[in-house]
Design a binder for this molecule. Structure first.
Ligand code: DSN
Length: 442
């Protein structure tokens, strides 16, 4: 008898095909990425690392044919080592880095590993607050990191940009061990150069960028790369704009050496300190099937088509933002410079974010309720919704379709204002969404 789990997977496949995914942190992976994830590599234990000899020097054939010395704790690593090295080398090429750690199971793990690599308990970390658009792992009081380290936060200005004056003032007064630029609801391009200059005034301050949301845009050359402006470390997930499997990644510049020997605690040695913090510091066996899928996704992101994709994500987001503004939506920051849009739906149409999210679910448009800076609605009834264009751009939707989506978003907002709206009004929009979705097959 077929396991019911597979029926549910089929139903989810159908939901993804027949609706439009507007959650800005989601995407669709290629068949090749899926194939690597579902491979026999899941059977293998490979605690440790492959050799880092020849990073950014050997070509892929050399990597795939060499028997690498390794720092592993299990035998049978010949293929695993080559695959993990391909993932590392491709990540380095994508992000102009000296080193990549492809083992973190998630973005949260990647962030925690960097804190662990560089800080002692009680050390200060300066990061964007959660209400301003930062991520949970940037010091939200409910997290484990917030109990270990001393997080200080900066916010955003009325026009939605980072409050650089506040950041500088707090950095110079508090002298944090890490200044972190990163977010999950922020629509501007950070001024990495300005932050790097601030960090340079503080001895021993690690400049860290959590670029989970925009890593694919960076890889595609549509967004600046923090490492090019003097940042030491960039963390990311691999499944958002980067269009890989669900997982984490840490890339860095500095001296790469064997993780077996503890290096001096210097910024130059950050790659090795990070490797030791990931394994054995925080994780055991790496997920080599996911690492193989990361390698495949990085290979795809190195292709010229990915550059077009990254630029189109932003083009679509700007077109969608403009179409929403024309329909009287109030947008945080007045629009977007990246892939993400934050609507103040309370000010726009007097409804809360959760009600709007649920109404859009009924018509096959998926986004998420999201708090706005200084929101009074709390995490479960916030005043905003967050949406973005990475997934619909992968499906091939373009500027013309952004106008249609804005129109649906507007019609649903109006329907939501009346609790007695008949189901048939939602059904009509649902069938329009369905028809358009089927024109852009995944
Ligand atoms: N949960 C992710 C997001 O949706 O932005 C961040 O990790």
């Amino acid at each position: 008898m077929k396991d019911i789990v597979f029926e549910l997977i089929e139903q989810e496949k159908q939901r993804q095909r027949e609706g439009l995914e507007l959650i800005p942190s989601e995407n669709y992976v290629s068949g090749a990425v899926l194939q690597a994830m579902g491979s026999v590599l899941t059977n293998k234990y490979s605690e440790g690392y492959p050799s880092f000899e020849g990073i950014n020097e050997w070509n892929e054939t050399e990597i795939a044919e060499r028997t690498l010395p390794n720092y592993r704790y299990y035998g049978g690593q010949v293929n695993i080592d080559r695959i993990e090295r391909l993932a590392i080398d491709r990540a380095c090429r994508l992000f102009h880095a000296d080193h990549a750690n492809v083992q973190p199971h998630s973005g949260a793990n990647a962030n925690e590993a960097v804190y662990y690599a560089w800080c002692q308990p009680g050390d200060k970390i300066l990061a964007m607050s959660l209400p301003a658009g930062g991520h949970l792992t940037h010091g939200a009081p409910v997290t484990r990191s917030a109990k270990i380290y001393n997080f200080i936060s900066y916010g955003v200005t009325a026009d939605g940009d980072i409050n650089y004056d506040e950041l500088e003032e707090k950095a110079l007064a508090e002298k944090p061990k890490i200044i972190l630029i990163g977010y999950s609801a922020f629509m501007k391009i950070p001024d990495f150069e300005r932050v790097a200059k601030i960090g340079a005034k503080i001895p021993g301050c690690l400049l860290m960028a959590d670029m989970a949301h925009v890593a694919g845009l960076i890889a595609g050359g549509a967004h600046p790369n923090p490492l090019d402006y003097g940042f030491h470390v960039m963390t990311s997930t691999t499944h958002k704009t980067l269009r890989g499997p669900r997982g984490g990644l840490i890339i860095s510049r500095g001296k790469v050496s064997s993780p077996l020997k503890k290096p001096e605690h210097t910024l130059e040695n950050i790659p090795t300190l990070i490797d030791r913090a990931v394994f054995p510091g925080a994780q055991g066996g790496p997920l080599e099937h996911i690492i193989a899928a990361k390698a495949v996704a990085f290979g795809e992101a190195l292709q010229p088509e990915f550059t077009d994709y990254a630029h189109n994500v932003i083009k679509n987001a700007k077109a969608l933002a403009d179409a929403l503004l024309k329909r009287n939506f109030v947008l945080q920051g007045g629009g977007t410079d990246n892939h993400l849009i934050l609507i103040d739906i309370k000010s726009s149409f007097g409804i809360d974010g959760k009600t709007y999210e649920e109404a859009l679910d009924r018509v096959g448009l998926t986004l998420n309720a999201n708090a706005l800076p200084s929101d009074k609605g709390g995490a479960f009834r916030p005043s905003g919704v967050r949406l973005g264009t990475p997934a619909i751009t992968t499906r091939g939707l373009g500027v013309a379709e952004m106008e249609i989506i804005a129109d649906w978003l507007h019609r649903v907002a109006l329907l939501c204002q009346n609790p007695n709206t008949p189901d048939s009004d939602y059904d009509k929009i649902h069938s329009e969404v369905h028809n358009l979705s089927l024109r852009f097959v995944i």
